[in-house]
Ligand binder design. Structure first.
Ligand code: BMA
Length: 310
C-alpha cells in the first residue's frame, strides 16, 4: 500500500473527487481555473470561476452543476475586463477573485480589478449570472479580498477587505449607506505572530450568519524560504457589532496537503472565495488550489463553530 505523504487531518473534508475543475474541463484554451465563488440559484449550483487566459490575465466564466460537485463550464466567458468606459483603465491586467453575496434579491460581486495603477476592489451586480452590470470601483489602489455581508448591520452595508497599508496585510471592516461610498473603516483582524497566519490575512468567504455570530472563513499566510503557504481559518464576529471578534481559530481549518494544492502555478495554496450552507447544516467551501484548479471541501457547520473555542 502506498503511504500518502501529504496525509493529515483538517476540519474541512476534501471531496474524494477533487479537483472539481481542471484545465481539461475548460471548453476553450486557457492557463488555469481557480478562485471561484459559488451560489445556489433556483436549486442549481453556479460557480463564477476565475480563469487565467493564455495571455496571463484573468476573467470570469460560469460553471453550472446540479449537485455542487460535477460542474459544466460555459463556452463563453461571463465577464471580461472592461475595454471602454470608466472601469477600463483599472482592468488592463485583468479581473480576479470574485466573491458573490445575495442581498435583497440581487447578487453582488466584489472582485479585484488589476491594472498598472495597482489593484482595487470593484462592485458588479447580476440577477442571473448571465448579464453582469458594473456599478463602481469601491476602493483606492492597494486593496483586495473584498467580501460583503449578506444584510445591513446597524443600518449600513458592511464589507471586509484587505488594504495593504504598510505591507502588514490585516482584514479591515468598512461601512456604506449605498454600496458605492465606503468609509468608517476599522482594523478588524491583524496577522498573528506565533500561529499559522503570521504574515498576512485576507477575507475569503462572504460572512455567514450563524446563531453564534458571523462566521468568516479567511485566508492566512505564513512566509517560508520557499514563499508563502496559504491556509484557511475561521473567525467569529459579533452579530450586532461585527468589529467585535468573539473567537478566532487557533489552527487552520484547511491546509494545502494534496498534490493539487501543493503543485501548480503557485504551490501551497488553498484559497476559498465562497461557500454554500445546505438546509441540513452541511457547508461546502469552494476553493482555488495552487492557483491552478478548483476544489471543494465540506464540514458540518456546527463542527466549524466548535473549532472557535479551541
Ligand atoms: C493572493 C491573490 C489570489 C491568489 C493568492 C495565491 O494574493 O492574488 O488570487 O490565489 O494570492 O497566489
Amino acid at each position: 500500500m502506498t503511504r500518502n505523504r501529504w496525509g493529515g487531518r483538517d476540519l474541512l473534508h476534501r471531496w474524494e473527487g477533487n479537483p472539481i475543475l481542471i484545465l481539461e474541463d475548460m471548453p476553450f484554451p486557457c492557463n488555469t481555473v481557480f478562485n471561484g465563488t459559488p451560489v445556489k440559484h433556483d436549486g442549481e449550483y453556479l460557480l463564477l470561476i476565475r480563469v487565467e487566459g493564455q495571455r496571463g490575465y484573468s476573467f470570469f466564466t460560469l460553471a453550472r452543476s446540479e449537485d455542487g460537485y460535477h460542474f459544466t463550464v460555459m463556452k463563453k466567458p461571463a465577464m471580461v475586463p472592461a475595454t471602454n468606459g470608466p472601469f477600463a483603465k483599472y482592468e488592463t491586467r485583468g479581473i480576479e477573485d470574485p466573491r458573490a453575496t445575495f442581498i435583497d434579491g440581487t447578487y453582488y460581486i466584489l472582485y479585484t480589478a488589476v491594472s498598472e495603477h495597482g489593484y482595487r476592489i470593484a462592485l458588479a451586480q447580476t440577477d442571473d449570472f448571465e448579464k453582469f452590470e458594473r456599478i463602481a470601483m469601491i476602493s483606492e489602489p492597494g486593496n483586495k479580498d473584498g467580501v460583503l455581508f449578506p444584510e445591513k448591520v446597524g443600518g449600513y452595508y458592511v464589507r471586509l477587505d484587505r488594504p495593504l497599508g504598510l505591507g502588514v496585510g490585516s482584514i479591515w471592516l468598512s461601512r456604506s449607506p449605498d454600496l458605492i461610498n465606503w468609509g468608517d473603516s476599522e482594523m478588524l483582524l491583524p496577522p498573528r505572530a506565533g500561529y499559522w497566519d503570521p504574515f498576512r490575512v485576507g477575507a475569503s468567504v462572504p460572512p455567514i450568519r450563524t446563531d453564534k455570530g458571523w462566521l468568516e472563513i479567511y485566508h492566512g499566510t505564513k512566509m517560508t524560504s520557499a514563499g508563502p503557504i496559504y491556509r484557511a481559518g475561521a473567525v467569529m464576529l459579533d452579530i450586532e457589532d461585527p468589529t467585535i471578534v468573539l473567537h478566532r481559530c487557533m489552527v487552520p481549518i484547511l491546509s494545502p496537503r494534496e498534490d493539487y494544492e501543493r503543485i501548480g502555478d503557485v504551490g501551497n495554496v488553498v484559497f476559498p472565495c465562497g461557500a454554500i450552507v445546505e438546509p441540513d447544516g452541511e457547508i461546502k467551501v469552494y476553493y482555488g488550489a495552487a492557483d491552478t484548479c478548483m476544489a471543494v471541501a465540506t464540514a458540518n457547520l456546527s463542527d466549524l463553530l466548535e473549532c472557535q473555542t479551541e
